[in-house]
Design a protein around this ligand. Structure first.
Ligand SMILES: Cc1cc2nc3c(=O)[nH]c(=O)nc-3n(C[C@H](O)[C@H](O)[C@H](O)COP(=O)(O)OP(=O)(O)OC[C@H]3O[C@@H](n4cnc5c(N)ncnc54)[C@H](O)[C@@H]3O)c2cc1C
Length: 343
């Protein structure tokens, strides 16, 4: 394999029912930085049926060009058909880097493509950079139970590939005046040759707490002491119109369900305001909330690592501070005549 034959940064643009997943737009932002550093084009690749209208959006979010395969067999995601599409264009154009969202479909596709192209894949990356001399992608992620950050390189194979979880990278502000190239590719796909069929799509209609989209989150940790004290977190969140989150220790104690866990093995969140109350700031927690716009930490230990990522810190006992915050915000609400606004 001649590594110099491979040039350019690509992002898998995942779409479902004609709507681009947010993580793909975030990856265009991250990919833009890598491509600029390497002085190569940034390309999005988009597969599906009836998806030509999405290409301009990909360009607005930072791509120089879009590879597009529009085919009825690609209407719904299936490993076999999507893998064939990606491999066909990747073998032809030879990108040096491919990024995928760490969604169920993105992870499935990336691992299948890595196996077929006999290349490496770093999963759940939280930081991306490139070394200019070697042109190596530096894909970093927590390792060994989160005790260290490992930077993983793919030295001998191309393309270098990584998956990145939603909300870890930042999308660029879209520029609808950006111009780019749309390259439509033809591939031969036959429905009768597919080993899997999509018979029915059943949407999950269970009510979910959508922490990932919350503007304000009050997150409580083990420092709240017990389930009864944890009610203060719910009361405070309700007072200020916030969503409730917790650390893994809180979830393991049964104070909150797993879908409200923030961190490496829970949700990645980027609210405008994040309250971290009675939380030590372990790396596995911090990777899931460090990109919040404003972080307010309350902890009785002045040396707690959470203060390293906090915008404001309050050193003290949460059992005294939170009731006072509730009282203050209740008065503020009355003053403002009802709800608080975070616009
Ligand atoms: C593979 C792996 C994945 C993981 N994934 C996650 C994850 O997704 N999310 C996650 O959160 N964790 C995760 N963890 C666990 C993580 O390592 C920590 O154990 C966890 O985040 C600690 O939770 P905590 O901050 O609530 O508790 P602790 O670390 O026990 O911290 C409690 C804090 O509360 C403070 N405190 C105590 N009493 C008070 C009081 N009265 N007032 C104010 N402050 C007080 C203490 O000073 C302390 O800093 C993972 C671990 C591993 C190994």
């Amino acid at each position: 394999m001649n590594l110099d034959d491979y040039r350019g940064v690509w992002v898998f643009i995942e779409q479902n029912d004609g709507k681009i997943e947010g993580v793909s737009l975030e990856l265009l932002g991250a990919g833009r930085k890598l491509a600029d550093k390497l002085q190569v084009p940034l390309s999005g690749f988009l597969l599906g049926e009836g998806i030509r209208n999405l290409a301009q959006q990909v360009i607005a979010y930072g791509a120089d060009q879009v590879y597009l395969i529009d085919h009825p067999v690609l209407k719904h995601y299936r490993t076999e058909s999507y893998m064939k599409g990606v491999i066909t264009i990747a073998e032809h154009y030879k990108p040096e880097i491919i990024l995928y969202g760490a969604t169920p479909n993105g992870k499935d596709l990336a691992s299948a493509v890595a196996t077929d192209l006999n290349t490496g894949l770093t999963a759940d990356t939280t930081m991306l950079d490139v070394d200019l001399d070697s042109r190596l992608l530096e894909a970093s992620r927590p390792a060994f139970g989160g005790n260290i950050m490992a930077t993983i390189l793919c030295k001998k194979h191309r393309p270098q590939m990584a998956t990145v979880r939603p909300k870890v990278m930042k999308a660029l502000v879209p520029d609808t005046n950006r111009a780019g190239k749309i390259i439509e590719e033809e591939i031969s796909l036959k429905e009768e040759e597919m080993r899997t069929k999509v018979l029915q799509i059943v949407n999950d209609v269970t009510k979910k707490t959508n922490l990932a989209d919350a503007h304000v989150i009050v997150c409580g940790g083990k420092g709240m002491g017990d389930l009864q004290n944890f009610q203060l977190i719910h009361e405070f969140a309700e007072t200020i119109g916030a969503s409730v989150g917790g650390t893994r220790d809180v979830v393991e104690a049964g104070w909150l369900p797993h879908e409200q866990q923030v961190g490496q093995t829970g949700e990645t969140v980027t609210p405008k305001i994040y309250f971290a109350i009675g939380i030590s700031g372990a790396i596995q927690h911090v990777v899931g909330m460090k990109n919040s716009e404003l972080i307010i930490a309350i902890n009785k230990d002045p040396n707690a690592p959470i203060f390293d990522v906090a915008t404001f810190g309050i050193v003290g006992d949460a059992m005294e501070i939170v009731p006072r915050l509730i009282e203050q915000f209740k008065s503020l609400r009355i003053e403002k005549g009802g709800e608080l606004s975070y616009a």
